[in-house]
Design a protein around this ligand. Sequence first.
Ligand code: ADP
Ligand code: GN1
Ligand code: MG
Length: 366
Amino acid sequence: MKPVTQPLLQQAAAAFAFGCPTGAAERYGAGHINDTFAVWAADRSRRWILQRINTDTFTDPAGLMENVCGVTGYLRRQIIARGGDPERETLNVIPTCDGKPYWTDPDGGAWRAYVFVEGTVCLQKVESEQDFYTVAETFGAFQNQLAGYPAATLHETIARFHDTPNRYANFEKALAADVMGRARDVAPEVAFIRAREADCHVLTDQLAAGVLPLRVTHNDTKLNNVLIDQATGRGICVIDLDTVMPGLSAYDFGDSIRFGANDCAEDEPNQSRVHFSLPLYQVFARGYLKAAGGSMDEAERRSLPWGARLMTLECGIRFLTDYLEGDHYFKISRPAQNLDRARTQFTLVAGMERAFDEMTRLALTL
Ligand code: ADP
Ligand code: GN1
Ligand code: MG
């Protein structure tokens, strides 16, 4: 993808029906995939989110935006029915000046705009148990709200996104190709992954056998994909809907645990500082199960701690694969950042394996 220049940003801003002239635009947020900006009204009375979709990752922006418009419209109707605030409790897509859900720039880049949800915080790290609990409730409620969504109408925006065995196969290919000559530096990480090849199949096998139900899930449930209301401390808006697709509840539960049930950054370079936190796991499990546990049978509950292990292992595999391939997928701001990210994931996996019996007990009893 080409770098975003100020003239391109201004041209993109002018393409949307904001209803007034726009002024300054600046980079915003800490996502790994899209290019996100806040664009201000010329009089600085309000701002919007303007995003260039990463079309290397999301190759069908039309299908993706059909999903986003469908899901946000569906949520909007539910929010209005329960007397909530549809401008703050879901993303709202702002159409282009000619009424389209996204704008294509002269180089083929795809841009979209959202209402900026003001008065919220977006956490990069768990700061309190209360915050993690509210994030859990918010993702659990999100899954419930989409339970009746017509899943067959959703486009698969990234094929085989949480197909862990396929992620494993791609890792072996990257390792064999070793285009950057980095394989020799990662022998312990390679051994760690290979020792867990059989684990990669646990959830996909249960899905194939019909043991676990396919649901409409978010699939990227990091802490920073929930906006928390500054005034009330409640999670109000689930964002980053690019990967809403049919999936397992274990994916959503697991990815939140991966990112949130520890007190370190995802790219912490010092592994001795990284610890999986069983107390934070318990906090999250309580909030998630309160919101979404009502419809889960024993097999699905048992799948949740597996989701934590496998989403963490899978993410580590993806970070290491990207490191081996030359950091073309996850944005980096320093060398070896993807290697640090991978190592952090593996340290967390090892911690989860030690705590697994207790994690399962909690998932069955909370
Ligand atoms: P990525 O896919 O790159 O993670 P996101 O859609 O998650 O992109 O957006 C990146 C960041 O921008 C978020 O973590 C959040 O801080 C901010 N953000 C996105 N949408 C909104 C919104 N509607 N209102 C306020 N902040 C937002
Ligand atoms: C990416 O888009 P963002 O930053 O919320 C990635 C997730 C990873 C995550 C790791 C579309 O999430 O799958 O778990 O980074 N999203 C995509 O931090 O690949
Ligand atoms: Mg995000």
